[in-house]
Ligand binder design. Structure first.
Ligand code: FAD
Length: 490
């Protein structure tokens, strides 16, 4: 255990090790409480840079440090792996599961920061052919698909086949993630890979950005949206299709429908879904127990102090909340997490409650390509090189851990000053592993015969195997020491 529990101390449980969960936990560093962070993954994920893992700029470790390592010096915090499947508000307990095994954890105060997942707007079957961008698994699968498409195109072209579809990359959703992804794939094709292939000209790859809305980057306002569109089209050769709704996705491409009812088929090997989010399904159980309504994106209505009606000891923060039209951005989660932590500390000290949660909007940033970004800070609108430097500074500050900042800076230099990508490695498992797991009954748990790891193999088989291994090792030593290895006729 990495934390030091004191008997009888107030128990705070935090669900999720994302922005809300991690910042809430850190804010409780000096409080007289024990904090247990329960996370579905063992890492803290910096989602805004997932697209750089998918396009080979950064490694997954740089944007997803181990939560345990990040909190190692916080003596009152411990970290538990587990997917929370149930919360019992009356009993003040929650149930989490790993590989089918359940753990029940009691709490005195609870901070729920389980974030959101991808939404396919009721068309979950699209996910098989158009992965989203919410996790490390997503980013690595996309990396495999993107670099794999160029490889398959090279093979096809050498056989004289038509490879246009393989060299077509479609990104659905023109919010910041979609814009950044489309921009990076275009740079990859036009700049990074342009000299790496023989049978194909990667510069001719088609990159299409689609959105049902009428402009790109709606949260940045009309002016920056229009400038970004021009930049994508003129400088990067991205086709931007607006007012176009995706109505079907298959292995070979997708169908878009325009406002006038016209439909279009785009043959594309690689499809990426960057449209729509759905809050963690934990809001459902919280809503059922409190009566707090849940909106269409699955977010739960919270009190102005981020607590649930009738349960002042339960805070919900970040992407899961429906409050004052707050956006689903990192700062809402960070500030919410800190607010909840402070409130818990004040209560324990017998201090009066804080004022209602107030979000301080620090602005929005998105990159379009190397050295080009857009920024909205209050009334200020920035574009180009200046905005890009701002993007660089902000991401360096918020990236967790000095080591990660240092190595990310190195990788950015390789990719933006040079034209390389340090993280192009992609394996077959990255591309097909997840689909294989979904076909197994019980998922990964179905692969683990003995979760407890208590019973060993049959003792007779183990003894025979040990004798074989020892004999093999002795033969290896004899071959090396006698100099027989590699001698003809021996
Ligand atoms: C690709 C992408 C790009 C983005 N770019 C930006 C950007 O540029 N700027 C910006 O401000 N915001 C950006 N965002 C949004 C931002 O990342 C989120 O708003 C923020 O992460 C929300 O924080 P959170 O704590 O609510 O959730 P998260 O950070 O998503 O954390 C949720 C945590 O809960 C865990 N979890 C989920 N369910 C369970 C469960 N049942 N049991 C246990 N643990 C669970 C998850 O594993 C995760 O650790 C981006 C998001 C994405 C996906």
């Amino acid at each position: 255990m990495d934390g030091e529990a004191k008997a009888g101390r107030h128990q705070v449980v935090v669900i999720g090790s994302g922005f809300g969960g991690l910042f809430a936990t850190k804010a409780l560093k000096n409080a007289d409480v024990d904090v247990t962070v329960i996370g579905r993954t063992g890492h803290h994920l910096f989602q805004p840079l997932l697209y750089q893992v998918a396009t080979g700029i950064l490694s997954e470790g740089e944007i997803a440090p181990s939560t345990r390592e990040v909190l190692a010096r916080q003596r009152n915090a411990r970290v538990l792996l587990g997917e929370v499947t149930d919360i019992d508000l009356a009993a003040r307990t929650l149930t989490s599961k790993v590989l089918g095994r359940a753990t029940v954890t009691p709490y005195d105060s609870l901070i729920v920061a389980a974030g959101s997942g991808q939404s396919y707007f009721g068309n979950d079957e699209f996910a098989e052919f158009a992965p989203g961008m919410k996790s490390i698994d997503d980013a690595l699968e996309l990396r495999g698909r993107i670099f794999g498409a160029f490889e398959l195109a090279e093979l096809g072209a050498s056989r004289g086949e038509d490879v246009d579809a393989l060299l077509t990359f479609v990104v659905v959703g023109a919010g910041p993630t979609g814009v950044e992804m489309a921009g990076q794939i275009a740079e990859l094709a036009r700049r990074t890979l342009k000299r790496d292939f023989d049978a194909i000209n990667t510069r001719h790859a088609r990159v299409v950005l689609i959105d049902a809305a009428g402009q790109v980057l709606p949260p940045f306002g009309a002016e920056l949206g229009a400038k970004t569109k021009v930049q994508l089209e003129r400088k990067l050769g991205v086709e931007v299709l607006l007012g176009a709704m995706v109505t079907d996705v298959t292995e070979r491409g997708l169908v878009v429908q325009y406002k006038d009812g016209r439909t279009d088929w785009i043959a594309a090997g690689t499809k990426i879904w960057a449209a729509g989010v759905q809050a963690s399904s934990l809001t459902k159980t919280l809503s059922e127990q409190t009566g707090a309504p849940v909106d269409r994106a699955g977010r739960i209505r919270v009190n102005p102090d981020l607590t649930l009606p009738g349960y002042p000891e339960v805070f919900v923060v970040g992407d899961m909340i429906d409050l004052d039209h707050l956006p689903g951005v990192a700062q809402v989660a960070i500030q919410g997490g800190k607010y909840a932590a402070k409130e818990i500390e004040r209560r324990l000290a017998g201090k009066p409650p804080q004022k209602p949660f107030h979000y301080f909007d620090k602005g929005d940033l998105a990159t379009i390509s190397r050295f080009q970004a857009v920024a909205r800070i209050g009334k200020l609108r920035l574009t180009g090189f200046v905005a890009w430097w701002l993007w660089l500074g902000v991401h360096l500050v918020y990236l967790t851990g000095f080591k990660n900042r240092f190595t990310a800076l190195g990788h950015w230099a390789v990719s933006f000053i040079g034209r390389g990508r340090s993280e192009r490695t992609a394996t077959e498992q990255q591309i097909f592993g997840r689909q294989a797991l979904t076909r197994l009954e019980g998922g990964a748990a179905g692969l683990v015969s003995n979760v407890d790891g208590l019973a060993g193999p049959d003792p007779a088989i183990a003894a025979r195997r040990r004798a074989e291994l020892e004999e093999h090792a002795l033969a290896e030593i004899r071959l090396t020491d006698s100099g027989e290895r590699g001698q003809p006729g021996r």
